[in-house]
Design a protein around this ligand. Structure first.
Ligand code: BT5
Length: 324
């Protein structure tokens, strides 16, 4: 299989701008035309762009844009975040790698970046779709001197950082859906997963997972995500430089994280509210204990969602999925 793939790539290497027909490729590499088509689909999944023209065949018009740790580092304007980068081509989950690094004593600001995750995860063991070369799948190790119960606030700090980075790079103003979703036109562009290693009264590490859909086209998504997910490319019409986006997210995050450590949650709360989509609206909070329907009043000074039910009773929501 990989031998066939090599021959296919060699053929495209030699053809340059010329088209190669399916028939020609099948004969050249010694397989059926259906097999050629399957290989081409595989290449597309990896981020190659192939132009297909009837009666002429295929040609490669764009190769996947890879990130390198060096590229991320060049121009990085941070003191801690990203000063230590682990770059991987393919991992099960960057969260898992970051956890291991943190247990091994990795310093605050260590970042794990992967081109692809085969078992990327969301909250509550849900799957996070992380195709190759087109997204930002990264985990950041933080070691704040905070009480463990404050850790969820870091999700909101991160959300503001991501939104600011997107705004600066694309001029699109995304919205935040409490607690961890970032949306553009109602579709999810980024998910954040905050995982905590702590003893009862002190945090050992917080691992912030950030999954950003960047250069995917609509066809890249599986059926079940088509109505839920979008990418910066789909929304802005442009391919973005992922290394630049990573640098910007890290710079914004470091700035807001420092602000948070120095001044507490209040300044973050104000920023967060300016991007919040659910505040003032009727929402359903789906929780382990059951569903709650009511008006989202806002967040408390600790980042907890306040929801007023139809009887006028105010509930404090610490963890839930929100439906608008
Ligand atoms: C999240 O969970 O939104 C947190 C996602 C965190 C992903 C990052 S990537 C780097 C790091 N390493 C990891 O393994 N994870 C982190 P949650 O709120 O539970 O949302 C999960 C739901 O989002 C899924 O059930 C799908 O419906 C949807 N989803 C899955 N993949 C998606 C994608 N690429 N874009 C948009 N929505 C997606």
């Amino acid at each position: 299989q990989s031998e066939l793939r090599k021959r296919l790539l060699d053929a495209f290497t030699n053809s340059g701008e010329d088209f190669l027909s399916g028939q020609y490729l099948a004969e050249l590499i010694g397989c059926s035309r259906t097999a050629v088509w399957k290989h081409i689909e595989e290449l597309r999944k990896e981020g190659f762009e192939l132009e297909a023209v009837r009666r002429k065949g295929y040609r490669i018009v764009k190769v996947p844009e890879k990130i390198t740790a060096n590229e991320v580092r060049l121009g990085l304007m941070t003191k801690r975040l990203g000063q230590n980068i682990h770059y991987e081509e393919s991992v099960d989950s960057t969260q898992k790698i970051a956890l291991q690094l943190s247990l091994d004593g990795a310093p605050e600001g260590t970042v794990v970046i992967a081109e692809e995750q085969t078992r990327g995860r969301g909250r509550m063991a849900r799957a996070w779709f992380s195709p190759k070369y087109t997204g930002v799948w990264m985990s950041v190790i933080l070691r704040p001197n905070l009480l463990p119960q404050k850790a969820p606030q870091l999700t909101l700090v991160t959300a503001v950082a991501v939104v600011q980075a997107i705004e600066e790079l694309t001029s699109i103003k995304p919205e935040i859906k409490w607690p961890n979703d970032i949306l553009i036109n109602g579709k999810k562009i980024t998910g954040i997963l905050t995982e905590l290693q702590a003893e009862s009264d002190r945090i050992n590490s917080v691992i912030i997972g950030i999954g950003m859909n960047v250069n995917q086209e609509l066809e890249a998504y599986p059926e079940e995500l088509l109505t839920i997910a979008t990418s910066l490319r789909i929304e802005s019409g442009n391919r973005l430089n992922r290394a630049e986006l990573i640098r910007l997210v890290l710079a914004k995050l470091e700035h807001l994280y420092d602000l948070y450590l120095q001044e507490g949650f209040q300044p973050i709360k104000l920023l967060w509210e300016s991007y919040a989509v659910s505040i003032g609206k009727m929402i359903t909070a789906r929780m382990v204990q059951g569903d709650l329907y009511g008006k989202a009043l806002g967040i408390t000074g600790d980042g907890v969602l306040m929801l007023e039910d139809e009887a006028g009773k105010v509930h404090f929501v610490y963890s839930a999925d929100i439906e608008l």
